[in-house]
Design a protein around this ligand. Structure first.
Ligand SMILES: Nc1ncnc2c1ncn2[C@@H]1O[C@H](COP(=O)(O)OP(=O)(O)OP(=O)(O)O)[C@@H](O)[C@H]1O
Length: 397
């Protein structure tokens, strides 16, 4: 590793229940090749929310994430998996809380439904890419990213929304990924990027993300629900959560052995990802057919993980990554569009959105014309005398 780095960290005061927690990120020059990469680590990360339910503690707080520990390195993808409600989004939100994070795709779609795919990506390219980059190059990058996400046949299709069918749910998801990948961010957080995609599309989209991750040495952390075996095989590290606890963080290929050693071997012909999720799901205690009580399984695995060699290795890796030192490589400024460009692009986008949106522009225009006409006719042929004004006004009212 070279010596240059960007560094930031959040290490709040140790909490009496959760212990100390720390999120740490360094951007280092890699292998002296001139390119840089972001190293992200999180240790003993806990999140509690105020709650009035029975599971809250005496202070009215419910723990939704406990002692989460892990790391992510350039050129690699960490997959966060676990049953619904286990804390995947909470972990990603906590990591995204770093002021330095570059790109975060949440579960909510934030797309302007009146624009086409091409317009959406072009506008985003103009706003996000460095002002030093020529416009032709920005458009070229936008076209390439659209093709990489397999949206080239829908370039001129409107996103669609209220009353207008446009892109499908999966296509919208791919478009959202496009917008995040445009800048080749050093750190990319994705929350359920595959939702709405069929298994083949999921594989193609994820393998393209892997390709870009390796090509641009991006650091990627993604929450994912139910990856197929092929998609699962693309991840470098796996973070398994249940009830807010980390049951496993380590190499994806080593998870099978961890489960087998602790009494939950993956049956032959079953997808490992499915097996892990079925084993640690606590939502359907009565219907479970694996013969174990889910809460006990979580306890056994959480304890086994903390005394495993994989956990020790994770701790060693985090210590190494946190110890990286160096200098600032580049300032954050200079990467965005200039103020003038931002004004022009946003005005053009807003104008297009307004005149294509029936409710937003045309309906309002109709209402204002009708209102103007009504107000105008109030004084029609009113006369010029004082009496005519008062009589006419009384009549009209
Ligand atoms: N701000 C909050 N206030 C109250 N409860 C919260 C808050 N944030 C998260 N939670 C609770 O924490 C738990 C974990 O939520 P989270 O969204 O992280 O789960 P998830 O694993 O991403 O679920 P899914 O896979 O269904 O999206 C849920 O029970 C949720 O209700």
């Amino acid at each position: 590793m070279g010596s240059s780095r960007k560094h930031s960290g959040i290490c709040p005061e140790p909490d009496h229940e959760q212990g100390g927690c720390c999120i740490h990120i360094v951007e280092c020059e890699m292998n002296n090749r001139g390119s840089t990469g972001a190293y992200l680590t999180w240790e003993k990360l806990g999140v509690a929310v105020s709650s009035s339910s029975g599971s809250a503690d005496k202070n009215g707080y419910k723990s939704v994430l406990t002692d989460a520990t892990g790391y992510a390195k350039p050129g690699e993808i960490v997959a966060i998996m676990g049953p619904s409600g286990c804390g995947k989004s909470t972990l990603l939100d906590s990591l995204a809380g770093m002021y330095y994070f570059k790109a975060y795709m949440t579960q909510e779609q934030v797309l302007t439904w009146t624009l086409t795919v091409k317009e959406t990506v072009y506008y985003s390219a103009e706003l996000q890419l460095p002002k030093s980059m020529p416009k032709s190059e920005k458009m070229e990058r936008a076209d390439k990213t659209i093709r990489e996400m397999g949206l080239q046949n829908s370039m001129n299709t409107r996103i669609g929304g209220w009353g207008i069918k446009g892109l499908s749910g999966g296509q919208k998801r791919r478009l959202s990924i496009c917008l995040e990948l445009l800048t080749h961010p050093k750190l990319l957080l994705l929350d359920e990027p595959m939702s709405g995609l069929d298994s083949a599309s999921s594989y193609y989209v994820m393998s393209r993300i892997v390709k870009l991750t390796q090509q641009y040495q991006m650091t990627v952390v993604t929450a994912i629900h139910q990856p197929s075996s092929q998609v699962f095989g693309l991840f470098n590290n796996l973070c398994l959560l249940s009830l807010g606890k980390t049951l496993y963080f380590g190499p994806t290929f080593a998870a099978n052995q961890f489960f087998a050693v602790n009494g939950f071997p993956c049956p032959e012909l079953q997808s490992p990802a499915d097996h892990y999720l079925m084993t640690i799901n606590t939502d359907f205690d009565e219907d479970t057919d694996i013969g174990n009580i889910p809460d006990e399984v979580i306890h056994v695995l959480a304890e086994a993980y903390k005394s495993s060699e994989v956990y020790m290795e994770t701790q060693r890796e985090i210590a190494t990554l946190c110890a990286k030192e160096g200098e600032l490589i580049e300032g954050r400024g200079g990467l965005q569009a200039s103020f003038i460009t931002q004004c022009m692009v946003l005005s053009a986008r807003s104008f297009k959105n307004m005149y294509r949106d029936l409710g937003y522009y045309w309906l309002r225009l109709g209402i204002y014309i009708a209102l103007g006409f009504a107000l105008g006719t109030l004084f029609y042929e009113i006369g010029f005398e004082f009496d005519s004004i008062s009589v006419s006004f009384m009549l009209k009212c």
